[in-house]
Design a protein around this ligand. Structure first.
Ligand code: PLP
Length: 369
C-alpha cells in the first residue's frame, strides 16, 4: 500500500466521520419534509450547521451548504462585476471571476500589500478575493492586513479558506471578512460538500434556483449524509486540535532531513508563514510529472502542485506569479496528514534525496558525454 502524502488534494475519510454517516444512512431523510423522518433530518442538518459555525466562529444562519469549495467560491465571485483577485488564487476563483484584475505576489508567494492598494485605486473593484492559504505552497496570506485595506476603500472581501481550514485557526467573525469558502474533503469529511459563509446572507444572488432550501440561497435537497460527515469532521478538529502539532513536527523533520543532504534545495515560501503540512519543493533535473511517477513507483503518493482535474500536470501559475517560472513544472507538493507517521516522512526524505542525486548525476553524464 502506497504512503499517502497528498492531503491537500483530498483526505481519507475519518473513522468517526464514517461511523456517523453510516449511522444515519438508510432512512428517508429529506430535511424539508414535515413528518417525523423529515424533522429528524432537519435536526441532523442543523446540528452539522452548528458544528461548523462553532469551528469557524460564525453564526449558524451565516452558513450555506454547497457541493464543495468550488461552488462556494463561484457563488460569490459570479455576483460581482469588477473582481480584484490575487494572482495565485485557485482555479475555482479565477474561472468564476468576470474579467478579473490581479494583485501581485512577492517571491515568497505573499500578496504585495502596496500593490493591493495601487490596484484598488486603479481598478475600483467591487470585490477583493485572496485565499487564506495556497494549495500548492501552503503560504498563508496576511488576511488581517488585506481586510484592513479593503475596508479602508469599502470593498467587499472574500476569502477561499479551503486549504486553511483545519490546519490553522479560522475565525470568521474576528477576520472582518465578508465571505469565506470552505470544503469538507480537505479535513477528513466526505467529498462533494462545502459551505459558503457570509456576513450578510440576505445580500446574495443564488446561482442554483428551485425549492428554496438553505433559506433560498442554494436550492436542491440537501446532501444530508455528506453534510453530517462535514459536521462530524469539523467537530472532531474543534474538540481536539493536537493532531496538527504532530503533523507539523513530522513535516519540519522531513524538510530538515532533505536540507541536511541537499543544502541548496529550494522550498517555496520557506521563511514565511506556511501551512504546517505543506512543502512545495523544486528538483532541477526532472519534470514534476516524472517525479510524481517515480515517487508513485516507490510507494509514495504525492502530486505536482499544479495537477489539473484531468490528472495532467500543467505549468504552475502560482510559481510563475512568484517569479519562479523556471520551477513551475519541476516542483512537487508533499502534503501530509493525520495518518502519516515519522517513518513515512523519513522514508520519503531518503528516497527524495536519492532521486535528486540520481537525476543530478544523470544530467552531469549527459553534459560530459
Ligand atoms: N480552493 C482551494 C484553495 C482548493 O485547494 C480547492 C481544492 O483543491 C478548491 C478551492 C475546490 O474545493 P472542492 O474540491 O471542494 O470543490
Amino acid at each position: 500500500m502506497s504512503i499517502y502524502l497528498d492531503y491537500n488534494a483530498t483526505t481519507p475519510l475519518r473513522d468517526e466521520v464514517k461511523k456517523e454517516m453510516l449511522d444515519i444512512m438508510g432512512p428517508p431523510l429529506n430535511a424539508s419534509s414535515v413528518h417525523s423522518f423529515g424533522r429528524q433530518a432537519k435536526t441532523h442538518l442543523e446540528n452539522a450547521r452548528t458544528s461548523i459555525s462553532n469551528f469557524v466562529n460564525a453564526n449558524s444562519d451565516q452558513i450555506i451548504f454547497t457541493s464543495g469549495g468550488t461552488e462556494a467560491n463561484s457563488m460569490i465571485m459570479q455576483i460581482f462585476k469588477r473582481p480584484l483577485i490575487s494572482s495565485i488564487e485557485h482555479d475555482a476563483v479565477i474561472a468564476s471571476s468576470k474579467n478579473p484584475n490581479f494583485i501581485d505576489v512577492d517571491s515568497n508567494g505573499l500578496v504585495k500589500i502596496d500593490d493591493l492598494e495601487v490596484k484598488i485605486k486603479k481598478f475600483n473593484p467591487d470585490i477583493i478575493s485572496v485565499m487564506w492559504a495556497n494549495n500548492e505552497t501552503g503560504v498563508i496570506q496576511p488576511i488581517k492586513d488585506i481586510v484592513k485595506i479593503a475596508k479602508k476603500y469599502k470593498v467587499y472581501v472574500h476569502c477561499d479558506a479551503v486549504q486553511a481550514l483545519g490546519k490553522i485557526d479560522i475565525n470568521f467573525k474576528a477576520s472582518g471578512l465578508n465571505s469565506l469558502a470552505i470544503s469538507s474533503h480537505k479535513i477528513g469529511g466526505p467529498v462533494g460538500v462545502g459551505a459558503l459563509i457570509v456576513d450578510d446572507p440576505y445580500n446574495l444572488n443564488p446561482i442554483i434556483l428551485g425549492g428554496g432550501q438553505e433559506r433560498g440561497h442554494r436550492s436542491g435537497t440537501e446532501n444530508l449524509i455528506g453534510i453530517v460527515g462535514f459536521g462530524s469532521a469539523a467537530r472532531k478538529i474543534f474538540l481536539d486540535n493536537t493532531e496538527i502539532n504532530n503533523i507539523m513536527s513530522l513535516q519540519k523533520k522531513f524538510e530538515k532531513l532533505i536540507k541536511s543532504k541537499l543544502p541548496n534545495i529550494k522550498i517555496f515560501g520557506e521563511n514565511v508563514p506556511r501551512l504546517p503540512n505543506t512543502t512545495c519543493v523544486y528538483m532541477p533535473h526532472m519534470n514534476a510529472d516524472a517525479q510524481v511517477i517515480a515517487m508513485d513507483l516507490e510507494g509514495f503518493s504525492v502530486s505536482a502542485g499544479s495537477a489539473c482535474s484531468s490528472g495532467k500536470v500543467k505549468s504552475s501559475h502560482v510559481l510563475e506569479a512568484m517569479g519562479a517560472k523556471w520551477a513551475s513544472n519541476k516542483s512537487i507538493r508533499i502534503s501530509s496528514g493525520w495518518q502519516n507517521t515519522k517513518n513515512d516522512l523519513e522514508k520519503l526524505a531518503q528516497f527524495y534525496v536519492e532521486l535528486y542525486k540520481r537525476t543530478e548525476s544523470k544530467e552531469k553524464e549527459i553534459i560530459n558525454a
